[in-house]
Write a protein that binds this ligand. Structure first.
Ligand SMILES: N[C@@H](CCC(=O)N[C@@H](CS)C(=O)NCC(=O)O)C(=O)O
Length: 233
C-alpha cells in the first residue's frame, strides 16, 4: 500500500473538472513515478464559509483541497506539496544548488506573481459580471502585464528553469486556466508552453485520472435510490 495519500473532493460540477488543484499533485507524482492513493472528502465550497470538522481542520485550515499525507506528515498548499515532492525526486527538482534555487524562484513566481493576478481575474470571469468598472479594468491590466512578462521569459525557452520541473507544473496549470478564459490571445509563447507541458504523458495520466474520479462519483450518485420514489402522493 503506498504511503502517500492525496485528498481531494469526492465530486465537483462539470465546470472545474480537469482544473481542480489535486491535478498539480497527481501530475508531480506521475512525473516522479511515486506511488500514491487518492481519498476524498465531500464537496462543499467554503464560500460562504463552511464549518470544518476537526479532522479536516487539522489537514487544511482553509477548508480547501488538496492535501497530501505521507506517513505522519500532512502538507497543504499545492506549492508546498510540490516542493515536498521535489525534494524526493530529481525528475521534479534538480539537486544542484543554483539550479534548485531557480526552480524554487519560478515556483513562487507562478503562484505569487501570476496566479495572484489570474485568480481574482478568473473569479470575475466566472461571476458573469461584464461591467467595465475601474476595478475590473485594473484587474485586466494587472493580468495582461503579468502575462506579457511571462511571455518574454518563455520566448525561446522550453521550460522556466533549465529542465522541466515542479515550477512548470504550477506555471502551466496557472496559465491553462487563463487560456481557457481567453486571456492568452496575445501570448503565443505561453500557449506553446502549455501545449508542451500538457503533451507530457504524466499530465495526460493525471488529467484522465481526475476526470475518471469525478465520473465515478456521478455513477455513484445515479445509483443512489431516489428518496421521493415510492412515496404515496
Ligand atoms: N492555495 C491553495 C488553493 C486551493 C484551492 O483553491 N482549492 C480549491 C479547489 S481547486 C478548493 O478547495 N475550493 C473550495 C474552497 O475554496 O472552498 C492551494 O494551492 O492548494
Amino acid at each position: 500500500m503506498p504511503d502517500m495519500t492525496l485528498t481531494t473532493f469526492d465530486w465537483v460540477p462539470d465546470l472545474p473538472r480537469g482544473y481542480v488543484r489535486d491535478l498539480r499533485v497527481r501530475w508531480a507524482l506521475e512525473e516522479a513515478g511515486l506511488p500514491y492513493r487518492v481519498t476524498s472528502i465531500p464537496f462543499a465550497p467554503s464560500i460562504p464559509f463552511r464549518k470544518l470538522d476537526t479532522v479536516q481542520r487539522a489537514q487544511q485550515p482553509y477548508a480547501q483541497v488538496p492535501w497530501l499525507t505521507d506517513g505522519g506528515q500532512t502538507i497543504f498548499e499545492t506549492g508546498a506539496i510540490l516542493l515536498y515532492l521535489g525534494e524526493r525526486s530529481a525528475a521534479l527538482m534538480p539537486h544542484e544548488s543554483s539550479r534548485r534555487q531557480d526552480v524554487i524562484t519560478w515556483l513562487f513566481a507562478a503562484l505569487n506573481s501570476v496566479e495572484a493576478a489570474s485568480l481574482p481575474w478568473s473569479i470575475f470571469h466566472f461571476s458573469g459580471d461584464t461591467e467595465q468598472t475601474p476595478g475590473r479594468q485594473h484587474l485586466d491590466a494587472f493580468l495582461r502585464a503579468r502575462v506579457a512578462y511571462t511571455e518574454q521569459c518563455l520566448a525561446g525557452h522550453d521550460w522556466l528553469a533549465d529542465t522541466f520541473s515542479i515550477a512548470d507544473i504550477l506555471m502551466a496549470d496557472v496559465l491553462r486556466l487563463v487560456h481557457r478564459l481567453g486571456g492568452l490571445a496575445d501570448a503565443p509563447a505561453c500557449r506553446a508552453y502549455i501545449a508542451r507541458a500538457t503533451d507530457r504523458p504524466a499530465f495526460a495520466k493525471a488529467h484522465a485520472d481526475q476526470m475518471a474520479h469525478f465520473v465515478a462519483a456521478d455513477r455513484r450518485l445515479q445509483c443512489q435510490p431516489d428518496p421521493q420514489k415510492g412515496k404515496a402522493e
